[in-house]
Design a protein around this ligand. Structure first.
Ligand code: SF4
Length: 328
């Protein structure tokens, strides 16, 4: 059986887990191509106007897979991936939104991932999904465990300075060599599915590297240290990705080797409107830049801002210019 996994949203965090799971159950896993202009156009045609850019792009990936003679398409319903924390509501309604917008959709494997209290329901859903392929419950449990092991291996690759999407490509057999020379160090934050998607982010990370920057992202930092820093905010941020961004920004601010921080936000994103603001107000000792993107953002404007930001950091590193906080 052929199972399609769209190359958007959760793909950038969990692809090794689900690929391994379905393959172990005997399925052939098919993914959509990397995001390109056609993906974006298809997504914009199908999605409702109100949703954010990454969700529109996800529609484009699903539409591409609709023409690939699949038996199933995998669209999980992510509610919570860790205790007492949640994922954006758009992820919760994703299978329903896609189902109602795309009549040509193959049958959807819709699994609810909600471990906010415990993983009892998730385990039950894993068995339900596995029974599409086999009646052997032990085999299903082993496949899921194998998937988690592979995900763990993939995440460990990030320790060498790769972001999670690069780690997935390396895990999938690709070779990626990071530039070894740089003269400034920049922390780059944002949701992985926008930041690491080269079309959505307009290749932000590679552009910075070409400009002579070493790029640090959430996955290259110490996870415990991020949580400790995130806990400094008086009210706990209950969005998983938002909390990691806040914790990472505060952690980066305390690291002398980091020269500046960039936050990539998506226009129309509810969580970003708050998380970006919190980070902007909290970061007082580092240069900070927030970039808002949507489907209308022009590449030239982005490049100009990145170049200006890097030039400023270099001038500061050379002590030509002092830091004057925008917040006094
Ligand atoms: S968190 Fe923001 S960018 Fe991500 S899916 Fe939700 S609205 Fe879109």
């Amino acid at each position: 059986m052929r199972v399609g996994i769209p190359r958007g949203l959760f793909y950038h965090y969990y692809y090794p887990l689900w690929k391994t799971f379905f393959q172990d159950l005997g399925a052939e896993v098919v993914t959509s191509a990397s995001t390109n202009r056609r993906t974006v156009e298809r997504g914009i045609e199908s999605a409702v106007d109100e949703v954010c850019f990454p969700i529109k792009v996800y529609y484009g990936h699903v539409r591409e897979l609709c023409h690939q003679e699949l038996n199933y398409i995998f669209i999980p319903r992510l509610v919570s991936v860790e205790p007492k924390s949640y994922i954006c509501p758009n992820f919760m309604g994703l299978p329903d939104m896609i189902n109602s917008a795309l009549p040509e959709l193959p049958p959807v494997i819709d699994i609810t991932v909600d471990v906010s209290k415990n993983d009892r329901l998730l385990k039950r859903d894993i068995i339900r999904v596995g029974q599409i392929f086999t009646d052997n419950k032990n085999h299903i449990k082993q496949a899921y465990q194998h998937g988690q092991d592979e995900l763990h291996k993939c995440r460990n690759i990030c320790r060498d300075g790769y972001n999670i999407s690069e780690a997935i490509r390396i895990w999938d057999g690709e070779q990626i060599v990071l530039p070894s020379t740089y003269n400034i160090n920049i922390g780059v934050l944002g949701h992985g599915y926008s930041l690491y998607d080269q079309t959505i982010s307009m290749n932000l990370i590679d552009r910075l590297r070409k400009m002579g920057c070493r790029v640090q992202v959430v996955e290259t930092l110490d996870r415990d240290a991020i949580e400790v820093k995130a806990a400094e905010i008086p009210k706990r941020v209950f969005w998983t990705l938002g909390r990691k961004s806040v914790g990472s920004a505060l952690y980066m601010e305390g690291q002398s080797e980091i020269d500046g921080i960039i936050y990539l936000a998506c226009f129309g994103c509810g969580p970003d409107s708050m998380i970006g603001e919190i980070i902007e107000r909290k970061i007082k000792n580092k240069a900070f830049m927030m970039i808002n993107i949507d489907e209308h953002t022009g590449e030239a404007g982005m490049v100009t801002r990145l170049e200006a930001f890097c030039d400023m950091l270099r001038r500061r590193a050379g002590k030509v210019e002092d830091y004057i906080s925008a917040h006094g």
